[in-house]
Design a binder for this molecule. Sequence first.
Ligand code: NAP
Length: 298
Amino acid sequence: MRIFLTGGSGYFGSNLIPRLLEAGHKPVCLIRKGSESKIEKYLNDIEIISGGISDLSSWKDQLKDIDAVMNLIGIIREFPSRGITFKRLHYETTKILADLAMEIGVKRFIQMSALGASPDSKSGYHRTKYMAEQYLQKTELDWTILRPSFIIGKGNDFVETVTNLMDSAPLFPIIGNGEYRMQPVDIDNVTAGFVQALTNDKTIGKIYEIGGPDRFSYKQMIDLIAQARGKKARKVHMPIFLMKSIAGAFEYFKSFPLTKSQINMLLEENFTDSREYFEDFDIKPIIFDESIRKALSQ
Ligand SMILES: NC(=O)c1ccc[n+]([C@@H]2O[C@H](COP(=O)([O-])OP(=O)(O)OC[C@H]3O[C@@H](n4cnc5c(N)ncnc54)[C@H](OP(=O)(O)O)[C@@H]3O)[C@@H](O)[C@H]2O)c1
């Protein structure tokens, strides 16, 4: 199948492209100028359409014989002065792509959402993911929405930040009591679902929540990451209000590792029962120990 893939140059997308290729699909990737290098090794095997969502009219005629749209575009940090907002990148972008799919007669649409997508979330990230889902559901497209939890894999920014901090700072800061629970999921468990959804019609019109088989607190996860590296994390607890004010002050600095929205998401504790996902897709859940070992391997 020819898949129009957006967000293919990101962490998840660059792990998904080889899986799509292995399954015999042809990714036709919308890539912004300058981002091609992020997927350099696949350039001979994929088609590139150069552009961004806002210049749709300049590239949409290049879309030929597309069988499905897969939308991965998303952000974790807003820059409102540059028009980079959750609403723009999650909701409006999905609306543009869904309308485009209908215009060019493509029925199948696979949407990357996120666990915790809800109109009541404290984070704009999750509220706008929900708005995007709502829009899709009201269309006549054959949609499938996947809502993964935090995705663990090689090249994950969070794992890199944690390991860098462990190596460079004497103490590891934990936001609040660190007891809020998480359910990270292995990247291979998620890419497998995206690939299979293309050919598994049972998944049409369904929303799948995807969490890994292990649930633990944030504090425990930090210990498990340290353990996997043969180290011990010397943790220090930081008051939530302090971390939120620091994150707020550095919100618009790309190099600062945490945003207020991310803190809200952590504290909201997203976990789920993913049995339906693993059964419908016939995927074997990968335990966290194995995921983190893979993510840390050279
Ligand atoms: N990582 C996780 O744990 C996780 C968990 C649940 C859901 N998700 C969702 O999965 C998707 C991919 O996440 P990721 O971790 O792979 O993020 P990522 O590495 O930041 O990738 C984001 C992708 O979106 C593209 N993008 C960002 N801003 C754009 C814009 N203004 N116009 C066009 N494209 C733009 C990026 O393109 P450039 O390369 O050009 O910047 C990149 O291809 C997101 O929708 C995210 O919400 C991720």
